[in-house]
Design a protein around this ligand. Structure first.
Ligand SMILES: Cc1cc2nc3c(=O)[nH]c(=O)nc-3n(C[C@H](O)[C@H](O)[C@H](O)COP(=O)(O)OP(=O)(O)OC[C@H]3O[C@@H](n4cnc5c(N)ncnc54)[C@H](O)[C@@H]3O)c2cc1C
Length: 308
């Protein structure tokens, strides 16, 4: 059995890195986080963020990690953690659809009357995370538990008794892994118009991402796009206009809401999430469109691997 590492370096300060860092600190490790982008500058900060398994595999592990994270977010919401809420919402489906493969992770998903032109729909309560607020809270928890967060752009993984690689797309370089690729997502953040429930809609005959309307504490996130292999982080006005038009078809009030900002994030998509220990490195990256959804489940497994 390997000795318990006396110092762990976590690379990455997105939702995955910070969740791993906090769990490792809670397990009694000394933890230093190194990251090129600080929490509110990461892709994680752009996430909508609804608990929902999107662009992440394999199904069995994603369901298990997602279930753990669902339960932890429900606990955090009950504790009143800033930015974490349990919200009811509806997914409108473009065709009659069997239950989703991740149904075991979600209590109480039920069919509801579909709304024209959608032939099918289901509804469930799920965590909705206001990411800038939540990442600020997570980073504070890491520091309060004795961890450090330092800005540092790395050309390779550092030398340390144990390294946890949560660098997302950065793993193309840091883990020499070209199978991790960007899927660009653009969102429009508008003012709150008194919306409590989230909406998600698949558009029949339209290639690309579903449309979503996600209410948060003081604003609403409208999306989305899934542009594979696109590295541009510049919001496109035409795409923004299309997002608002699609969102307003589902929730008409958002069509007139004041636009607060436009944002783009590059999802770190991989054929499967990589979560494994190789010598003194635990890799945890490639969470695609579900890094928030899987965060706590993956952090628990990383912590178990650190002590292996
Ligand atoms: C528009 C949009 C909407 C989304 N909606 C949702 C949603 O509703 N629900 C959900 O679960 N997920 C959603 N996601 C996906 C989610 O944002 C990602 O899965 C998640 O952010 C991945 O987290 P991460 O910590 O692995 O990566 P990141 O947040 O990208 O963090 C990576 C970290 O590694 C650091 N790093 C990288 N390279 C280096 C280097 N060389 N040296 C030092 N540090 C380095 C970065 O600086 C950063 O700190 C959405 C994404 C987008 C873009």
């Amino acid at each position: 059995m390997a000795e318990r590492p006396d110092r762990i370096v976590v690379v990455g300060a997105g939702v995955v890195g910070l969740s791993c860092a906090l769990r490792l600190l809670q397990a009694g490790h000394r933890v230093d986080v190194l990251a090129r982008d600080l929490p509110r500058e990461t892709t994680s900060s752009v996430a909508a963020a609804l608990w929902y398994p999107h662009l992440a595999l394999p199904q069995d592990k994603v369901t298990a990690w997602g279930k753990s994270a669902y339960e932890e977010f429900a606990r955090l919401a009950a504790e009143g953690v800033d930015g974490v809420a349990m919200r009811t919402g509806t997914e409108l489906l473009a065709e009659p659809t069997p239950d989703p493969w991740w149904i075991d992770a979600v209590p109480g998903l039920e069919r509801v009357d579909p709304r024209s032109p959608y032939p099918d729909a289901w509804s469930f309560v799920t965590p909705v995370i206001d990411m800038p607020r939540y990442l600020t809270w997570l980073a504070e928890q890491v520091v309060e538990a004795g961890g450090t967060i330092t800005r540092m752009a790395l050309a390779r993984l550092p030398a340390a008794p144990l390294v946890v690689n949560c660098s997302g797309l950065g793993s193309r370089v840091l883990a020499g892994d070209p199978t991790t690729t960007p899927v660009r997502g653009q969102v429009v953040v508008v003012e709150q118009v008194g919306l409590d429930e989230w909406w998600l809609a698949e558009d029949a005959g339209r290639a690309g991402a579903a449309t979503y309307v996600i209410p948060r504490t003081t604003d609403i996130v409208l999306g989305g796009t899934d542009d594979e292999g696109d590295w541009s982080r510049t919001p496109t006005p035409e795409i923004a206009a299309d997002i608002v038009r699609r969102a307003a078809r589902i929730v008409p009030e958002v069509g007139q809401a004041k636009v607060l900002r436009h944002q783009v994030g590059l999802r770190p998509v991989r054929p499967e999430v990589r979560l494994e220990r190789v010598g003194d490195v635990v890799h945890c990256y490639g969470h695609g469109g579900a890094g928030v959804t899987l965060s706590w489940g993956c952090a628990d497994e990383v912590t178990a691997l650190a002590d292996r």
